[in-house]
Design a protein around this ligand. Structure first.
Ligand code: FES
Length: 290
C-alpha cells in the first residue's frame, strides 16, 4: 500500500514535460549566475551555506512557512493588518528561500531534479498567490483571504516535497559524516603504495578514506564528498586542495576544510601515524557527528 506522501510524489513525477521545465529553469538559473560574472561562485557559496557550515535553504524556508502560518491564524481572528504584515515578511523570506533552493537544485539530476522542479513550481505558485493577496488587502479582502488560503495549501504541499528531497532523497544532508569511521587505530596500507604528491583511496573497516602523500607525511580525509557522495579519489589534486569530480567542491586535504562549495559541510579529517613502512589511521581529527 502506498502512503499519502508516495502518492503525492508520484503525482508530481507524472506531470507532463517535467524534464523540459527543469531544463528551462536550470538554463535560467545558470544564465543568471553567468550574468553575475566573477562574483557568481562566491554568491553560490553564500546561498549554499558554505560559509555557515550548514545548508542555508532549510533555514530560510522556515520564514515564509512560519510567517504565512501566522497570517492564516490572524485572518481567522480578523486581524487584517497583522495578517498583511506577516504575508509581507513571508514574501521576503520566500525570495531568499527560492534563491538558495534553486542554487542547491541546479546541480541535481534524475528524479531529484524532477521533484525539485515540481517543488519550485508549487512554491512559486504559492508565492504569487501570496503576493496577489498582499496587494489586494484593504481593497478586496474576501478575495485576498481566499488567495492566501489556497497559497497555504500549496506551500504545505511544497514543504512535503522539500522534506522528501532532503530527508528521503538525501539532498542537502552530510554524505561524509564520520560517525561510522573507526575510532581505534587501523592499518590502511604501505607508504610506498601511495604515490608521492598523489592520492589513494583505502578502506578503513568499511569507511572509505582518501590518503594524500607529501614525502613522508600522509593526510587523510573522508573519500566520499560531503555534498552528495562524489568520489574524491576520482577528482583532481592541486597542491593541498582536492576537487570533487561531481560538482566541483574543493577541500583542503590537511584538515578537510572547505575551499569552495557547493558543499556546505567540510570533509571529516583523520589523524595519521606512520610506523616504519605502514600507514595507520589514528581516529578522527575533526568531529562532524553526534
Ligand atoms: S558530490 Fe557535489 S561537489 Fe562533491
Amino acid at each position: 500500500m502506498t502512503t499519502i506522501s508516495e502518492q503525492l510524489v508520484g503525482a508530481a513525477l507524472a506531470t507532463p514535460n517535467l524534464d523540459e521545465a527543469a531544463d528551462a529553469l536550470a538554463g535560467a538559473v545558470n544564465g543568471a549566475y553567468a550574468a553575475v560574472g566573477p562574483p557568481g561562485p562566491r554568491l553560490k557559496d553564500l546561498l549554499s551555506g558554505t560559509w555557515l557550515g550548514h545548508p542555508l535553504h532549510p533555514a530560510l524556508t522556515d520564514v515564509p512557512v512560519g510567517a504565512w502560518t501566522v497570517a492564516l491564524a490572524l485572518d481567522v481572528l480578523g486581524e487584517r493588518r497583522g495578517a498583511k504584515i506577516a504575508i509581507g515578511i513571508g514574501l521576503l523570506g520566500a525570495a531568499g528561500a527560492a534563491a538558495s533552493g534553486l542554487t542547491d537544485w541546479v546541480v541535481t539530476f534524475g528524479k531529484r531534479r524532477q521533484l525539485g522542479v515540481a517543488h519550485a513550481a508549487v512554491n512559486g505558485t504559492a508565492t504569487l498567490l501570496y503576493a496577489s493577496s498582499y496587494l489586494l488587502r484593504g481593497r478586496a479582502d474576501t478575495l485576498a483571504i481566499g488567495l492566501s488560503t489556497i497559497g497555504y495549501g500549496l506551500v504545505s504541499l511544497g514543504a512535503l516535497y522539500g522534506g522528501v528531497l532532503s530527508l528521503d532523497w538525501q539532498i542537502g544532508v552530510n554524505h561524509a559524516h564520520n560517525t561510522d569511521a573507526p575510532d581505534d587505530e587501523v592499518d590502511v596500507g604501505a607508504l610506498s603504495d601511495i604515490p608521492d604528491g598523489g592520492m589513494k583511496r583505502v578502506d578503513a573497516k568499511g569507511y572509505p578514506v582518501l590518503l594524500v602523500r607529501r614525502g613522508g607525511d600522509v593526510y587523510a580525509i573522508a573519500a566520499l564528498c560531503a555534498h552528495a557522495g562524489g568520489p574524491l579519489d576520482e577528482g583532481t589534486l592541486d597542491g593541498d586542495v582536492v576537487r570533487c569530480p561531481w560538482h566541483g567542491s574543493q577541500f583542503c586535504v590537511r584538515d578537510g576544510s572547505i575551499v569552495n562549495g557547493p558543499s556546505a559541510f567540510p570533509q571529516p579529517a583523520f589523524n595519521v601515524r606512520i610506523s616504519g613502512e605502514r600507514v595507520l589511521l589514528a581516529g578522527p581529527a575533526t568531529s562532524s557527528g553526534p
